[in-house]
Design a protein around this ligand. Structure first.
Ligand SMILES: Nc1ncnc2c1ncn2[C@@H]1O[C@H](COP(=O)(O)OP(=O)(O)OP(=O)(O)O)[C@@H](O)[C@H]1O
Ligand SMILES: [Mg+2]
Length: 347
């Protein structure tokens, strides 16, 4: 479906080669992750697929890229829009209409699709992405995950063969991200769509993908199965780091695999052998007592009490809007006191 033949890319006024002599073929129905450090060239690779790079950005491209047999050199970027759907990091940037249904139909309207075809396709994607209940809603009132589903629906309604997504879950909490990624996996299975996705948070996506393209910098990129690429890549999700730390013979990519691979190790560590991880001399540094914070009528924190000790690293977890930043601002003493709050900082 997608073929890169000896592709090299260098941007103008840059001394670094982004890609050098990269060749690979992605088949129909493959789900592929592009991973690499910040600035390594993930977005560049994704934009090469639809010809945005170098058509819009400038740069020197050597080699050839073809999608469904069409070389990106033969057409302008818009010329591949019937084949390739694009979804970005922040869906709000790409929306032009106010209502969900209008947004989904917009692309077809601009191409003068017959009304009956438009209606049928809109119904199809509303069902496919479980958006039927939201069809009348104003997009601005939707959650991040729902907006991203609308963005995917707007791309799918054009019946592309390839979906390219550049960090589509970066603004989403883990639950919304998993929902979006599961939908993508279903599209791969049900429609044989070819999906290429870039993602920083590898732990979210590795369980879903067939292969990984790892951009290593300096023009070097490799492609392979997730197990092979992650065996000794410098960036890896926590579950892979754990596999390495435990010297497991095989890298585990899912919690299920990890549980199976560590049955014996876990048996050795019964509760009685677990020691407190806090040093004996730990002193209380921060104490919150029934902390309450409200924004207007909305209670963001409803009586949070906790103690944090010296030398402790504490993770604050919660869904989007759960109050994590409010809690941190309260601890730092920069949260507006909209109501009574009690925080003690000890030294
Ligand atoms: N239009 C452009 N002109 C010149 N240089 C560019 C252009 N776009 C990207 N670059 C450079 O090319 C390199 C790769 O950028 P790219 O955006 O593809 O990386 P990325 O892996 O997507 O990064 P991130 O993880 O931050 O999204 C970077 O050094 C960047 O500065
Ligand atoms: Mg990028």
């Amino acid at each position: 479906m997608i073929t890169f033949s000896n592709v090299s890319l260098i941007y103008p006024h840059s001394i670094n080669t982004v890609l050098e002599d990269l060749s690979f073929t992605l088949e129909e129905g493959e789900f592929v992750l592009v991973m690499g450090a910040t600035g390594s060239g993930k977005s560049s690779l994704l934009r090469l697929i639809n010809g945005l790079v170098p058509h819009h950005t400038g740069g020197i491209l050597a080699g050839d890229i073809s999608v469904d047999g069409i070389s990106t050199r033969q057409v302008k970027p818009g010329g591949l829009s019937h084949l390739i759907g694009i979804v970005g990091q922040n869906p709000l940037n790409g929306f032009v209409c106010d209502k969900v249904e209008e947004e989904i139909a917009f692309g077809m309207e601009t191409l003068n699709f017959p009304t009956d075809v438009m209606r049928k396709r809109v119904e199809e994607v509303l069902d496919l992405l479980s958006l039927t209940n939201l069809r009348e809603r104003s997009i601005a009132t939707l959650s991040g995950g729902e907006q991203q589903r609308v963005a995917i629906a707007s791309a799918l309604v054009m019946h592309p063969k390839v979906l390219v997504l550049d960090e589509p879950t970066s603004a989403l909490d883990p639950i919304a991200a998993e929902e979006v990624l599961s939908i993508l996996q279903r599209l791969v299975h049900d429609l044989s769509l070819t999906i290429v996705i870039s993602e920083h948070r590898l732990e979210r996506v590795i369980q879903f993908v067939d292969r990984i393209i790892h951009i290593q910098g300096g023009g070097v990129a490799t492609i392979g199965l997730a197990q092979d690429i992650l065996r000794d890549s410098p960036i890896a999700p926590p579950i892979v780091n754990l596999s390495r730390a435990l010297n497991l013979p095989e890298i585990s990519l899912t919690v299920r695999d990890m549980r199976r691979a560590t049955q014996d190790i876990r048996r050795q560590y019964s509760d009685s052998t677990r020691k407190s991880i806090l040093p004996m001399v730990a002193t209380e540094i921060i104490e919150l007592e029934k902390l309450r914070v409200a924004y207007g009528g909305h209670q963001a924190l409803k009586g949070v009490s906790l103690k944090i000790y010296s030398q402790e690293i504490v993770a604050i977890m919660g869904r989007n809007g759960a109050g994590k930043s409010t809690l941190l601002r309260s601890i730092a003493g920069v949260q507006k006191r909209c109501c009574r709050a009690s925080t003690h900082l000890r030294s």
